[in-house]
Design a protein. Structure first.
Length: 494
């Protein structure tokens, strides 16, 4: 597959414009504010807070798309990071972003919970846009520098970048699940995507199962040799591992202790009618998040009298997302239908059973919501990690509160104090919600303490340093050289 590959080295641009640390992600950490404003705002999502702390202070460059169609550049700097814009045309947006990234890969990698759509044109757009990201990174990375590529939108960048700049150390981290082989093999361009990833020196995943899926697939599909943690391919060694992402825990703790945020949390509870129990869900409005089954479960609890709107309140925040994709449009309609049915059947005048907000929240409002909620309900059908669960736990500084968590979220491997659910099992979900609502205070505190220890110890900074440390140790050299300098990932069978 890789024989005869053209290696056209493209030298970095000279001078201070280059950096020895470059992040490449689909989105930049800023996006344009709503028109007519010409201002730029920090981008939503977990990746930005995760990486801005790492880049600031290292004089790093972030290569990405501003979220706007057309040739306008984002500002050259943001909070100590240098930014380099990749421009997307309307066609790129339709075929690379909405198409291949979000209607082919996203559903395929999330257990095909919606049927993935396969279009050759979309794949060609994906490859072309990946090439542009690789070219931008090649121009700003200094000789021998490190480039960290992120997520499913950019899986071909490692290979394309290596062809342009063989001197670079290249890491790739996948934020979403990596599917089992049976699903990945459906992809008509499976060789190209796999070969793209194998251009990296280190490929990181959220959980060990995803890393194992990838290594098995590489051996089966590309003839690579090796183990789960170390693959020999194309004369190089590629290290593979699990690096569960986390949050800026100290920042959430600090906001959760702020008197104004705490006052706002009390106000939220008062506005909700001072109920006995507040149940909260916060998700991007996405069909992978299992919001519909969660609302169905609470609807049944209202119907059988376990919940009563005079005492119990559900708040569901659904952050608008990918609103031009048909699956997302119909998911929104579907959810709003269910919410209105629950309220129609069970609300009292002035006391809705489910408060539904289709909005994004600023950080302080989100933290106040976490503080106002007795039970956080996180029930994705499949999720790479789920940072909302970790944010809730970080904010519960007094050890109150309980977490109901899907066993199919990456966070389930770490947050062992949660009440686990199979989001497809309505009865099990109802039981877990009731157990979380009625847990004895002592047991509840012990569970929260256990989870908080994990989240406070393993924060986003620990995540980034563990990935970058492993990347720094990846030599990329074949195993014969490893025999001289043994590494943890090296195996005996080569
Ligand atoms: C997930 C993905 C990110 C993505 C985010 C928001 O968390 O892993 O790569 O940026 O969703 O989605 P969007 O399509 O708006 O970038």
């Amino acid at each position: 597959m890789s024989a005869g590959r053209q290696r056209t080295a493209s030298p970095p641009i000279a001078g201070s414009a280059t950096s020895d640390f470059v992040v490449v992600a689909n989105r930049l950490p800023v996006h344009p504010a709503e028109p007519p404003s010409r201002a730029w705002e920090p981008s939503p999502g977990g990746l930005v807070p995760a990486l801005s702390g790492v880049l600031a202070g290292r004089d790093g460059v972030w290569v990405g798309w501003s979220g706007e169609i057309g040739p306008r550049d984002a500002p050259g700097t943001h909070e100590g990071m240098r930014l380099r814009s990749v421009h997307l045309t309307q066609r790129d947006y339709d075929e690379f972003y909405l198409g291949f990234s979000n209607a082919t890969l996203w559903p395929l990698y999330h257990d095909a919970v919606r049927t993935p759509t396969f279009h050759r044109d979309w794949f060609h757009a994906y490859r072309d846009v990946n090439r542009r990201y690789a070219e931008s990174a090649a121009q700003v990375a200094s000789f021998g520098g490190t480039v960290w590529v992120h997520d499913y939108q950019l899986q071909m960048v490692p290979r394309l970048l290596r062809e342009l700049r063989p001197d670079l150390k290249i890491g790739f981290f996948l934020h979403i699940p990596f599917p089992p082989r049976e699903l990945f093999l459906q992809l008509p361009w499976r060789h190209a995507i796999l070969d793209g990833l194998l251009g990296a020196d280190l490929v990181g995943f959220q959980v060990p199962g995803a890393a194992a899926n990838f290594s098995r697939l590489a051996r089966r599909l590309s003839g690579a040799k090796g183990t789960t943690s170390s693959i020999e391919y194309d004369g190089r060694t590629i290290n593979v591992g699990a690096f569960p992402i986390s949050i800026d825990s100290a920042r959430f703790v600090e906001r959760a202790q702020d008197p104004e945020v705490r006052a706002r949390a009390r106000q939220i509870r008062a506005d909700l009618g001072d109920p006995e129990v507040v149940l909260l869900g916060v998700d991007r409005l996405d069909y992978t998040k299992g919001i519909d089954n969660r609302i169905r479960a609470v609807a049944e609890l209202f119907a059988d009298g376990t919940l009563h709107p005079s005492k119990h309140v559900v708040v569901q925040v659904a952050v608008p997302s990918r609103e031009e994709d048909d699956h997302y449009v119909s998911e929104r309609r579907h959810l709003e239908q269910i919410v209105s049915e629950v309220n129609g059947d069970h609300a009292l005048v002035g006391r809705p059973a489910v408060h539904y907000l289709h909005q994004s929240l600023l950080m302080d409002e989100l933290v106040a919501m976490y503080l106002a909620a007795d039970v956080m309900v996180v029930t994705p059908f499949r999720d790479g990690m789920n940072l909302i669960a970790k944010e809730y736990v970080a904010c519960r500084t007094d050890l109150s509160g309980a977490l109901v968590l899907s066993e199919f979220a990456g966070a389930a491997a770490e947050l062992k104090g949660a009440f686990f659910v199979n989001p497809h099992d309505l009865e099990g979900m109802k039981e877990a919600i009731v157990r979380a609502m009625t847990v004895a205070p002592r047991e509840g505190r012990a569970r929260m303490l256990r989870m908080r220890r994990t989240v406070l110890r393993h924060d986003v900074h620990a995540w980034a340093s563990s990935f970058l440390g492993a990347l720094a140790r990846s030599t990329g050299r074949p195993r014969a050289i490893h025999a001289v300098q043994p590494s943890a990932g090296a195996t005996a069978n080569g």
